[in-house]
Design a protein. Structure first.
Length: 332
């Protein structure tokens, strides 16, 4: 009689080879070089760009984009996509403003409601996508519209001014840098550790690389997928608080089109749209590149159409360069 066997478990990831380390180092150096080149270019084109005020302004404007990009990195790694993050950010800000201004809630309770709103939205997107095996692109596109409409309903289609109720989140904390920026940095570090040093992170990468292999190894990808979308929604809720604190208002139109900026930052950072590969630290560099590009174009007086054209070219160029680099690495 055969002895019972234990269920298979996910195999431990193979240690990184020297070529893998060189590839990762090359990615870091490439992103740093692009960022440094952009700073040098705009500093030569505008006498006001190279200043502490410019860099502090950039740092204080990127936290909302950065925290949403952290969540989107995990979503893209599992070969998904979430187009609703900008709308979720607006709804989270709207619910917190309504809680403070209309319902008389305390600020901590309103902040918790904003986070819960994002969490629920992300969970719904992930659950529907997994339960009915629908493309996350379609599900999140529907959520984008539904959530944006909900933001209009909550705010009565008007900007809600919350004043300085949560302004401490965007107030200067150290050297002019806001607490929101420091929080975003901490989230980047923690998320990178989760992705690279935990079983959950290895499972996320494994699902994006070969979901069927993970299933055969005894790992159920469904709850992991739902958790990834739920956390992304939670981070969009946090971004809503950050945006509301910076503007001292909740605008139902806030975040319109921001999902494209988030995806662009993640893709510029080298995360594959096909899944299985990505880095939160690289995404942070992508966020900085997007922010510096926008700030530099604004200072040199570029028109809005020109900004969009140049940003689009940079995104496509980044994807092409990353694809070529990966092909060279595969041949090595």
């Amino acid at each position: 009689m055969n002895a019972p066997t234990s269920p298979p478990t996910a195999a431990a990831p193979a240690p990184r080879t020297p070529s893998a380390w060189r590839s990762q180092l090359g990615t870091y150096l490439g992103l740093i070089a692009v960022l440094a080149g952009m700073v040098a270019l705009f500093s030569s084109l505008s006498e006001y760009f190279w200043s502490a005020e410019t860099f502090i302004t950039i740092a204080n404007e990127i936290p909302a984009l950065a925290v949403m990009a952290v969540g989107m990195t995990f979503v893209l790694i599992i070969a998904g996509i979430d187009l609703s993050v900008g709308s979720v950010m607006a709804l989270a800000a709207a619910t917190s403003a309504a809680a403070i201004l209309q319902w008389g809630w305390t600020v901590p309770a309103a902040a918790a409601l904003a986070l819960a709103t994002g969490l629920v939205c992300g969970t719904i997107t992930g659950t529907i996508s997994v339960a009915w095996r629908l493309p996350s692109f379609i599900v999140s596109l529907g959520m984008l519209e539904a959530v944006r409409g909900s933001a209009y309903v909550v705010t009565d289609s008007r900007t809600q001014y919350v004043g300085d109720a949560i302004s401490w989140l965007s107030a200067p904390f150290f050297g002019g840098i806001s607490f929101a920026f420091l929080l975003a940095v901490v989230l980047v570090v923690v998320a990178q550790l989760v992705l690279s040093r935990t079983v959950f992170g290895r499972s996320v990468v494994g699902i994006g690389t070969n979901e069927e292999a993970m299933r055969l190894a005894g790992v159920d990808p469904r709850p992991i997928r739902i958790i990834v979308f739920a956390v992304t929604g939670l981070l969009a809720g946090l971004a809503g608080l950050m945006q509301s604190a910076r503007l001292e208002a909740a605008d139902p139109n806030a975040g319109t089109g921001m999902e494209l900026q988030v995806i662009a930052a993640v893709v510029i950072g080298g995360t594959s749209l096909m899944g299985g590969r990505g880095s939160v630290v690289n995404t942070a560099f992508g966020v900085l590149i997007i922010a510096v590009l926008e700030a530099g174009l604004a200072q040199v007086g570029a028109s809005e159409p020109s900004k969009r054209i140049i940003t689009g070219i940079v995104i496509v160029a980044a994807v092409i360069v990353d694809t070529l680099r990966q092909r060279r690495a595969a041949k090595a």
